[in-house]
Write a protein that binds this ligand. Structure first.
Ligand code: TXE
Length: 480
């Protein structure tokens, strides 16, 4: 069994307390590795290393920082197959998906922000005859990055790369449920020549090591992605310390399908947006609103396509869905399916756990599930299930579609399927979501701001937003 280590000051380090957490392979339900169960003393060691590394890293010429980060990106790319297999084993996602999406995006996060580092610049504001003001953007210092289990390397690097590009040094914690590729990232960073202490990775449980990072008085800001309930706990800790926070939280995202949409593109798009990664992406659609004239036809086409999805061994390239991430999450999803039936749902397809014969017989598999007949106010339509469970409902006009789409506390993303350009603009303007896709889904341009409205978070990541988060402007005014 593999024993993972922390990565502190450029070294592989065992947890000081000597305790470990079991790491499961969701497809088999078996323990295959152990990760450190670190505590506050490990965080302190990581912080001290990051603090020592900060002056040299923040003052290193941007081109040199950029080169090192590009080497990390190249190493992730060079290890594509190995990392994809590891991500799939750790998370349960189909290996093909990890190869197409997770690992390339991990590399892209590093290469994108490696080049962004070259474009951070000061601004000048002249008051002719009076003064010249200029604004510099100073890296904050040591920052904390805390990420979830659904897109492990993808989201971990999405936080770390901009922090490093901005000149910060980092104490990072991946999810305890999926620590493996974060462990490998530490090794690849050492191989790429990242100076010791610039990135420190501390494994462990959220309320222990995560909390210690958030509470640490020397850690200047926290970039977090995870559940809304956890986000609130973080905010309670950080607010009295006046600590800067970026929170990417849950979603309950609507997809609106109008009768004028390209029917086949919309069916395919909705299947993808609902069930990719077993529905465990914060951007997945979980509420489908379909214009009444096409409702029956659309529902039947959807059921046929969803029935044809193959749920199976994540190692099998023909599997469309793999296992969900953990026993606890499996139980949560199944309890929501039961709740939905209690609330009066008609189960159109799925609705139960699946047993996959062979090596995956004890894995955590859930059939992709379509529900109909639920009102907007019920818990199934209000709460984040974060699994392959989607609820359908017809609507009669734009006004009703908007009321349904906006009728939840979340506001992360929304998808609109229509061939009417004016309607697309009207809907996009009125939807309460940080990101609206029209006739596509998950097409991400790393330059664009990313984040949610309402209970889906605070702040934005991506592009210059993340660089802004990890830096602090300083204005200097000089009299002429
Ligand atoms: O996430 P947590 P969990 C949602 C989804 C899921 C639910 C719970 O609905 O079912 O949240 O998942 C760390 N201080 N999403 O419990 O706990 C934790 O160790 C500091 C949506 O797995 O939010 C992990 O590294 N850190 C979401 C990270 O926070 C703490 C993705 C996220 O875990 C902490 C994941 C604390 N007190 C879950 N407690 C999305 N929308 O992307 C936990 N952590």
């Amino acid at each position: 069994m593999e024993i993972l280590t922390n990565y502190i000051d450029g070294q592989q380090a065992s947890p000081l307390g000597g305790a470990y957490i079991d790491v499961f392979e969701p497809a088999t339900g078996q323990v295959y590795a152990q990760a450190p169960r670190s505590q506050a003393d490990d965080v302190e060691a990581a912080y001290q290393a990051a603090r020592r590394a900060f002056p040299a890293w923040s003052q290193m010429p941007a081109a040199q920082r950029s080169d090192i980060m590009l080497r990390v990106a190249a190493l992730i790319d060079n290890h594509l197959d190995e990392l994809a297999a590891a991500e799939s084993r750790d998370n349960g996602k189909p290996v093909g998906l990890a190869r197409r999406m997770d690992i390339p995006r991990g590399a892209a996060n590093f290469s994108y922000y490696a080049t962004a580092a070259l474009h951070i610049h000061d601004e000048a504001f002249g008051l002719p005859g009076q003064a010249l003001s200029y604004t510099t953007h100073k890296p904050l210092g040591v920052v904390g990055c805390i990420s979830p289990w659904n897109l492990p390397l993808y989201l971990f690097t999405w936080k770390i790369a901009p922090a490093l590009a901005a000149g910060c040094t980092v104490v990072a914690k991946p999810s305890e449920i999926t620590p493996y590729t974060a462990w490998r990232l530490g090794q690849l960073c050492a191989e790429a020549g990242l100076p010791p202490g610039v990135l420190n990775i501390v494994h462990g449980l959220g309320p222990e090591v995560g909390q210690a990072i958030v509470e640490h008085p020397g850690i200047k800001a926290i970039s977090f992605t995870g559940g809304s309930a956890t986000g609130r706990v973080l905010a309670q800790t950080a607010a009295p310390m006046l600590k800067k926070l970026s929170l990417e939280l849950g979603g309950k995202n609507p997809a609106l399908v109008f009768a004028d949409a390209d029917f086949h593109a919309a069916v395919e798009g909705v299947v993808r947006s609902s069930f990719t990664n077993q529905g465990q992406i914060c951007l997945c659609s979980s509420r489908l609103y379909i214009e009444r004239p096409i409702y029956d036809q659309f529902r039947d086409a959807l059921v046929a396509q969803v029935d044809a999805l193959k749920v199976g061994d994540p190692n099998d390239l023909s599997s469309n869905l793999g296992a969900v991430v953990s026993q606890a999450h499996f139980d949560k999803i199944l309890s929501y399916i039961q709740l939905a039936q209690h609330e009066g749902a008609n189960v159109l397809c799925g609705g139960q756990a699946l047993q996959i014969p062979g090596r995956c017989a004890n894995g955590w598999f859930v059939a992709p599930t379509l529900l109909e007949g639920l009102p907007i106010g019920c818990r199934t339509n209000q709460e984040e299930i974060f699994g392959p469970v989607v609820s359908l409902q017809p609507f009669d006009n734009e006004e009703e579609a908007l009321a349904l789409a906006n009728g939840v506390d979340y506001g992360l993303s929304a998808t609109v399927w229509t061939d009417n350009l004016r309607r697309a603009h009207r809907m996009a303007q009125a939807l309460e979501a940080g990101l609206v896709w029209v006739n596509t889904w998950l097409l991400r341009d790393l330059r664009t701001p990313f984040g949610g409205m309402k209970q889906s978070g605070i702040g934005r990541e991506g592009g210059t937003e993340a660089i802004r988060f990890f830096t602090e402007p300083k204005t200097i005014c000089i009299s002429e």
